[in-house]
Design a protein around this ligand. Sequence first.
Ligand SMILES: *Cc1c(COP(=O)(O)O)cnc(C)c1O
Length: 218
Amino acid sequence: MEINKRITQIRSEIPSSVSLIVVSKQQSVESIKEAYNSGIRDFAENRLQEALEKQEELKEYDDISWHFIGHLQTNKAKKVLENFNWIHSVDSLRLAQHLNQIIEKISASPYICLQVKAMPDPDKYGWLPETLWEDLHELEKCKNLMIRGLMTILPLNLSTNESLHAFQKVQTLAQDINEKSSLFLKELSMGMSNDYLLAIQKNTTMIRLGRTIFEPKR
Ligand SMILES: *Cc1c(COP(=O)(O)O)cnc(C)c1O
């Protein structure tokens, strides 16, 4: 009941064009079913093993889109490619090239977001804008990858203005890449429980919400 109410409330706060991805990491299959029954079809997980177990239990819910949002080690890449519809966390050229190679041998090819950092942050994976420009040409050569957007996680404890500025930076980066390369980054995967309303002001297309749905404080 609580989950259903939170989802209804969040839907009323966001444009209908924005995808609401429910981050179900560490949540039970029962909780996922509750969100599903509230109309959610997009779920995100950050650990492969945990996700595979849930997917097995939820086999009959075959219209779910699964999103991988965790740091991806190359030895798990094949399984993630085979079991997810989206990978938001492609965070290095080496990983992108590895995925590009594997896809040739398997049939599945999920949509991909490149993970970027709006500012230096030693705790996070991903490209800084400058380093993404350096790797862009090699990324364009990864023809098997369906690269569709940028994903970002903001550092903790930014002010409202700093968060808006950071989201703006990511939005501008995507636009610049669209103008100057062969990539077309239609999606912006940005906005979590703390900052999704700010991300919406900066034209996010996918928000990834966990705590505010499963552990609401209000
Ligand atoms: C956990 C996680 C989220 C959800 O964060 P909340 O603060 O619980 O909304 C979103 N994106 C990524 C990459 C995460 O790891």
